[in-house]
Design a protein around this ligand. Sequence first.
Ligand code: COA
Length: 380
Amino acid sequence: MTTPAQRCDEVVISGSGLWTPEHVVTNEELVIALNAYADRFNETYKAEIEAGEREPVMRSDPEFIHKASGIRQRHVYVKDGILDIDVMRPLIPERGEDELSHQAEIALAAARDALEHSGREAADIDAVIVSCAYTQRAYPAIAIEVQHALGIEGFGFDMLVACSAATFALHRAYEMVSSGTARAVLVINPELVSPQVNYRDRDSHFIFGDVATAVVIERGDTAVSEHQYRILGTRARTQYANTIRSNFGYMSHAYGGDPFAPDKLFHQEGRAVFRDVCPMAAEHIRGHLEQHELQPSNVRRWWLHQANLNMNQLIAKKLLGRVPEESEAPIVLDRYANTASAGSIIAFHLHNKDLQAGEQGVICSFGAGYSIGSLILEKR
Ligand code: COA
């Protein structure tokens, strides 16, 4: 960082980036695999299941998935293995310590796209935050690996806040730029979530997809990009809940047992999450808008978390008194599924350029923790 620390009144999002994996898995493909696995398992253990000594594996249904969630397909980093009933996990080859890590690779793709959109290069960035639901290792930080690969000076660190990782990292970036500790911050969300999916569980096998997103946040007085969004404010809330968990981690080495048992992978009580989170998210957004003397009707675009279509419609309905048009609250989860923290950023990336100067939009995430994060933006 060459300039002295200088507080900044106007902080902007000056560009965003998206990396989408080339491989797609449809609901139908997932269901065929799970049902074949279930049929084989239930036949193999027929006697024990009938005696009540073992639970059967439940069959899935593509129509249920689409109706309950709005999801039709998901992109995955590696498709090999997911649909093989003897494997049912992505077969991702382990890389050596001298090679670029998988997560850094997808982070870099999104980061380069965001840098291009913001008209920035490595020398303009003072900090890198990699923020997502999982990092593939504890250290060295993926952010520092990405910083190194891009040739950025300054510092980088990783953050884990499940589905609110992107918004919470944008909050930190906003604070850094506004306090003058960084001129520009690169926030990256490499959501490599397919390895944590239990593809044998009908309740959750359809939920996640892989993606990477990135955002450049910088001083408004020196930003150069064509599309800039002033950050009017940020708001965060967390409230402990046990309804969404993933217990996999380094403690498995100490516990013994199966580090990949179903309770170590993603699992949730979907109904309870739906019931708890919708009112929390609506109240959170309403309160945040009120802080800025805005009403939901003032908001031109809702870039909402992408976990469940019915959830987004209910939250928007609580705020607007009606189901929003697709153009007001764009949906990407039909194609991408739940991409953990990246969903609202994908929606922002794909649907922001048509806003007129002075129009406002809200980015909001909600998920495990529980955690809710929002940013109110205004097109410059
Ligand atoms: N195929 C067929 N039936 C299925 C099924 C599948 N893939 N998955 C579940 N079912 C069954 C259930 O077993 C249940 O059967 P039962 O009534 O006999 O017990 C029934 O369908 C309803 O299941 P339920 O889990 O209540 O469905 P739902 O309408 O709540 O939808 C979710 C499930 C996960 C799509 C929904 O709850 C959700 O998206 N919740 C929010 C999750 C979220 O945002 N999480 C954040 C993650 S980061």
